[in-house]
Design a protein. Structure first.
Length: 164
């Protein structure tokens, strides 16, 4: 696995991939805080280099759709949730309940929230686009300020408030 670091408007990101796919994007803060494994090689080539380029374009508002080979590892249900997250359009938000309905299981909003929170490739798999049914922001692996920043980046005129 190779990794690189990237300074972004939301703080430093750690990006990791193997030869086949992007595996992780980690924040420096929050429950998805950056961590490098001892066996990882620090390098700026291949998939991590392309991920860094595309993220820079995203933060500059020049890219809306990522084109990267993704390889998040998780349970079958988590994989379903993450595949559906990619279908949420840039600048749009949906609730956890709506995401559960899209998966064909309207009663699974809590499980959807847990899977959403375990997304190892945030931003690119846009878990930040899922909000509470009342329109308020709820948990995010990098912290609510980062979620708010990402949503504002995609929809600058929008205003969101975090749950107290």
């Amino acid at each position: 696995m190779i990794y690189t670091k990237m300074d972004a408007p939301i703080g430093e990101l750690v990006i990791a991939a193997d030869d086949d796919a992007l595996r992780f994007v980690h924040f420096q803060t929050g429950k998805m805080a950056a961590r490098e494994e001892p066996e990882w090689e620090l390098a700026d080539r291949g998939i991590v280099k392309e991920t860094k380029r595309q993220l820079a374009a995203y933060f500059a508002r020049k890219l809306r759709d990522f084109d990267l080979p993704l390889g998040p590892q998780g349970t079958g249900f988590q994989q379903q949730v993450w595949r559906e997250l990619v279908n949420i359009e840039y600048g749009a938000t949906i609730s956890y309940g709506e995401l559960a309905r899209r998966l064909g299981n309207p009663a699974a909003s809590r499980a959807v929230g847990l899977a959403n929170g375990r997304n190892p490739i945030p931003i690119i798999i846009p878990c930040h686009r899922v909000i509470g049914s009342n329109g308020k922001l709820t948990g995010y692996g990098g912290g609510l300020p980062i979620k708010e920043h990402l949503l504002a980046l995609e929809a600058p005129q929008a205003s969101f408030s975090a749950r107290s």
